[in-house]
Design a protein around this ligand. Structure first.
Ligand code: HEM
Length: 435
């Protein structure tokens, strides 16, 4: 059994690139070695074999859960999510957890949260000052965190908000150091575990106190889950449910600031068009790049037989920019989703199979509510001419300048823009450039 080719640089170098320049690493490896290709990263215990071929991705998502384990590929999330989290479980234990988690995020239950989302968006937008530049990623994080806290607990408090942010938003050097040096007693990993324990204490306080009527915590408590199970479910929902949505909204604003015609069309109130905009943001700037599965029995992939232990890795980022599937793949063009549907498994922002994102419908609804509220109130202009690069923030890929844009009121386009310092940080990137 031989692994497909890939970069020969040491694991530490590949890990550094995966953290500092993930999109460049994936694009270069694909260009140099073709597909599938193999990366060696300290984040996982074994080589990762990447593919963006929809036929192979379909096979991976449909594979028998006894052959490919998604939970085992996410073991690196366990220190935060906990050993009973849906993210790290496999087989029957995973399916049991999934059945508990799906109902509150679908159908009628989902419709209940629409007003919560619209209110959180309105509260945030009311603080925006026309003409004053904003790092919108931060603002979208505030909205998404507020929404998930209201939905899960009925509301949050500043201590809990702060503990979640500190446990999830890890600076790049800390992330790199943690990947290579997992000492629980001292150093960056020990500091990280301390942040997680602080969050745990606050989550247990919430679990022990009376839960808010209709909150997800109340629903989960009614299933008879133990406090330890509840802790892992809550940590999972808080993490999975806000960083991803916030990052996607940050990208939406970064793109819309460079495409005012698209924002103007959202304002006209065409639901199908708004839906297409959300889909296109998730296509052209997917915040999660990969959906790996650990191989448990020899697995055939494009002429190779992958041995047990390695991770077969459908790559969302590369699948969404295949020139044989997408016309002008790096362009931001929502119309492409109005005219036709992509072939199956070519568009996978939420992964697939029995591991497909539990919050896909919830996140899509939240993105639409925020964009609708935004379009009603503001036009956006980029604070810098060049498009933003995709930069890693923990496990998500977010705009490198934090979605730095200037809001202008839709009724008054003459808001005064304060003088801006020149942007020396980035090489010349054209609006809409391939990142
Ligand atoms: C735009 C926002 C979001 C994106 C792009 C996203 C994307 C993803 C992806 C790619 C996966 C892995 C799927 C796979 O391995 O096949 C996933 C899993 C998951 N997501 Fe999301 N997600 C988003 C929002 C949310 C929200 C709002 C929640 C909860 C409220 C959520 C909860 C989960 C959970 C629990 C899983 C694990 C499912 C399982 O293992 O069975 N996500 N998500």
């Amino acid at each position: 059994m031989s692994l497909p080719p890939g970069p020969r640089a040491p694991t530490a170098i590949q890990t550094y690139e995966w953290i500092a320049r993930p999109t460049t690493l994936m694009r270069r490896a694909q260009a140099r070695y073709g597909e599938p290709f193999t990366l060696r990263l300290a984040w996982s215990d074994a080589p990762m074999v990447f593919t963006s071929d929809p036929v192979e991705i379909k096979r991976v998502y449909a594979a028998d859960p006894a052959v490919l384990h998604a939970g085992a590929s996410s073991a690196f999330l366990e220190p935060f999510a906990g050993p009973r989290s849906i993210l790290v479980l496999d087989g029957e234990a995973h399916m049991r957890e999934r059945k508990l988690m799906l109902p509150p995020f679908h159908g009628e239950a989902l419709a209940r949260w629409r007003a919560t989302m619209a209110q959180a968006a309105a509260d945030e937008l009311a603080t925006w000052e026309p003409g004053r530049p904003l790092h919108t990623l931060e603002r979208m994080q505030a909205i998404a965190l507020e929404v998930i806290l209201r939905v899960v607990f009925g509301g949050g408090d500043p201590q809990l908000r702060d503990a979640i942010r500190r446990a999830l938003q890890l600076p790049m050097p800390m992330l790199f150091a943690m990947s290579l040096w997992r000492d629980e007693q001292s150093g960056p990993y020990a500091a990280y575990l301390k942040r997680v324990r602080r969050l745990d204490a606050l989550l247990h306080e919430r679990i022990e106190s009376d839960s808010h009527d209709g909150s997800i915590l109340q629903v989960l408590k009614s299933t008879g889950a133990s406090p330890a199970q509840l802790r892992d479910q809550l940590a999972t929902l808080l993490a999975a449910g806000h960083e991803t949505t916030a990052g996607s909204l940050g990208w939406a604003l970064e793109r819309l600031a460079r495409h005012p015609d698209i924002l103007a069309r959202i304002r006209e109130g065409d639901e199908a068009y708004l839906d297409a905009v959300v889909k296109e943001v998730l296509r052209v700037r997917p915040v999660l790049a990969i959906t790996p599965r650990k191989v448990k029995q020899p697995y055939a992939l494009a002429g190779h037989t992958l041995p047990p232990g390695v991770h077969v890795t459908p790559c969302i980022y590369l699948a969404h920019r295949r020139p044989d599937i997408w016309d002008d793949p790096t362009a931001f063009r929502p119309e492409r989703f109005l005219d036709s549907s992509p072939p199956p498994y070519a568009y996978i922002p939420f992964g697939g199979g029995v591991r497909r994102c539990v919050g896909a419908a919830f996140a899509t609804l939240e993105m639409k509510e925020v964009l609708r509220a935004l379009a009603a109130r503001f036009d956006l202009r980029p604070a810098r001419a060049t498009g933003e690069r995709m930069r890693r923030r923990s496990i998500t890929m977010t705009p490198s300048r934090g979605g730095y844009v200037v809001p202008h009121s839709t009724s008054r386009h003459a808001d005064v823009l304060p003088p801006q310092p020149p942007d020396r940080q980035l090489p010349d990137l054209q609006p809409g450039a391939a990142t």
